[in-house]
Write a protein that binds this ligand. Structure first.
Ligand code: ZN
Length: 235
C-alpha cells in the first residue's frame, strides 16, 4: 500500500462515517418532530371550545324563550282571570302579551339556527378527533421506520469506527495533521482521486503534466493546484 492510498482508504471510511452521522442527525430531528400531531391536537381543542360555546348559546336561547312564554302565560292568566281592570290597562296588557309572543317567536327562530350550529360544531369536533387519530397513527408509523433506520446506522457506525482505526494505523503519522486540516477546510473531503490519469476527481480541473508525473509515484503528498486536496492516483 502506498502512502497516498492509505490516506485515500481513510478518506473513504471517513466519508461513510460523515454520511451516517448526518443521516442520524436528520432522523433524530424527524423523531423529535411532532408537528402533525400538535397541529391536529390544536384543531381538536378549538373545535371543543366552539362546541362549548354553541351549547351555551343554545341553552341561553332556550331559557330566554321559556321566560318569555312564562311571562305571556302569567299575564294572560291575570287578564282573563279578571285581575286586570279598566279598558286602558286591559289593552296595555294585551299589547304586552303580543310583544312577549313576538319576542318568543324571534327567539325560537334563533334557537333553530343555534341547533343547526350545534350540530355543525359536533360534526367538526368528530372530524377533528378522527384527524388526530390519523395524524398520531401516521407519525407513529413514520417514527418506527426512522428509529429502525437510525438503529441500523448506529450499528454500522460501530463497524466503521473499527475499520477507521485499522486504516488509521496504515497512515504515516506526519500525514495525519495534513489530512485532518484539509478535511476540515474542504467539507470533509481531503483526498481526491485522479481521473483518466490527469484530472482532479473532485474539482474536475486538468492537472499540469508535471503534477501528473508526480502523483503516479504515490510516495509523497501532491496537492491539487486548483482545490488544494491530496491527489490519489489508483493503479
Ligand atoms: Zn482539485
Amino acid at each position: 500500500m502506498s502512502r497516498i492510498s492509505a490516506l485515500f482508504d481513510l478518506q473513504q471510511t471517513d466519508s461513510r462515517i460523515d454520511a451516517a452521522n448526518s443521516r442520524i442527525a436528520y432522523l433524530t430531528q424527524l423523531l423529535e418532530d411532532n408537528a402533525l400531531v400538535e397541529s391536529a391536537r390544536q384543531t381538536v381543542s378549538e373545535a371543543e371550545a366552539a362546541l362549548v360555546k354553541s351549547r351555551s348559546s343554545l341553552k341561553e336561547l332556550e331559557d330566554a324563550a321559556q321566560k318569555l312564554q312564562q311571562h305571556a302565560n302569567d299575564l294572560e292568566k291575570k287578564l282573563y282571570g279578571g285581575q286586570i281592570k279598566g279598558n286602558k290597562e286591559m289593552a296595555a296588557a294585551q299589547l304586552e302579551i303580543e310583544t312577549f309572543r313576538q319576542r318568543k317567536k324571534e327567539t325560537d327562530d334563533k334557537t333553530v339556527e343555534a341547533m343547526l350550529g350545534l350540530e355543525e360544531a359536533e360534526a367538526t369536533l368528530k372530524a377533528a378527533k378522527e384527524s388526530l387519530v390519523q395524524a398520531a397513527k401516521t407519525t407513529a408509523q413514520g417514527q418506527v421506520n426512522h428509529r429502525r433506520e437510525r438503529d441500523e446506522l448506529e450499528a454500522a457506525l460501530v463497524l466503521l469506527q473499527v475499520e477507521r482505526a485499522k486504516r488509521l494505523k496504515m497512515v504515516m503519522p506526519p500525514d495525519l495533521p495534513v489530512y485532518d486540516k484539509i478535511r476540515q477546510q474542504k467539507q470533509g473531503v481531503a483526498v481526491a482521486e485522479v481521473m483518466y490519469g490527469k484530472m482532479c476527481g473532485k474539482c474536475r480541473v486538468e492537472l499540469p503534466l508535471a503534477k501528473q508525473k508526480e502523483i503516479k509515484g504515490g510516495t509523497y503528498i501532491v496537492l491539487c493546484p486548483s482545490c488544494g486536496r491530496i491527489l490519489y492516483h489508483k493503479f
